[in-house]
Design a binder for this molecule. Structure first.
Ligand code: VGL
Ligand code: ZN
Length: 200
């Protein structure tokens, strides 16, 4: 898919950054490794720095499962155990560097419920509303699961969404899952940008 981006993007009051699930278990050597997932860590660390420097809110989501979560194969789910709350695998990527101002949103915390979206069962929508956010920039892992669901829910919440296309990576159970997810997001109205298009 040819991806057209928008060129330079100005950051303004009402913008926020959502970093999706940059956790050890999704990085190479993790229990649910996303191919080349490590490549997005420095890019998103840079985004965190830039948004905070502009006085804009930053949210970091994390998959935060109980040890017997329904998405794990032992419970009949599709995934190996991953991101078990409080374990090293659930920790944020070491090089992400999250200052205290970053709001952490834990999701998929209930045993019997899978939720890929950072809006499902969390107060993220309320927090964004309270902070006056109207547009969110989204990057992280994995493109066709938690990034996709979070982006679609953000759109349903009435937010404008900019997907940071170079700061996402896909699992690609089927080879084109990531590409198809990108298409679904843009069809629903998400725009696409690269990290370099953000102001310093
Ligand atoms: C995710 C699969 C299982 C994700 C979470 O963060 O995209 N994918 N749990
Ligand atoms: Zn999960």
């Amino acid at each position: 898919m040819a991806v057209r981006t928008t060129g330079h993007i100005g950051l303004r009051v009402g913008d926020a950054l959502i970093v999706v699930d940059l956790q050890s278990d999704f990085l190479p050597d993790g229990r649910l490794a996303v191919p080349r997932g490590d490549e997005v860590v420095p890019l998103l660390a840079d985004c965190v720095r830039r948004f905070l420097a502009h006085g804009l809110p930053v949210f970091a989501t994390r998959d935060w499962h109980p040890a017997d979560h329904c998405s794990f194969q032992a419970q009949g789910g599709p995934w190996p155990p991953h991101c078990i709350a409080g374990t090293p695998g659930a920790a944020f990527a070491r090089d992400l560097c999250l200052p205290r101002a970053v709001v952490i949103v834990s999701k998929a915390t209930e045993r019997d419920r899978e939720s890929y979206s950072a809006f499902a069962g969390t107060d993220l929508a309320q927090r964004l509303r309270r902070a006056g956010c109207t547009r969110v920039f989204v990057g992280g892992l994995a493109t066709e699961y938690c990034v996709l669901s979070t982006v679609l829910d953000a759109i349903d919440e009435g937010l404008a969404v900019v997907l940071l296309v170079d700061a996402v990576r896909a699992v690609n159970v089927q080879a084109d899952d990531g590409v198809r997810a990108l298409a679904r997001m843009t069809e629903r109205g998400a725009s696409i940008a690269t990290v370099a298009e953000l102001p310093e």
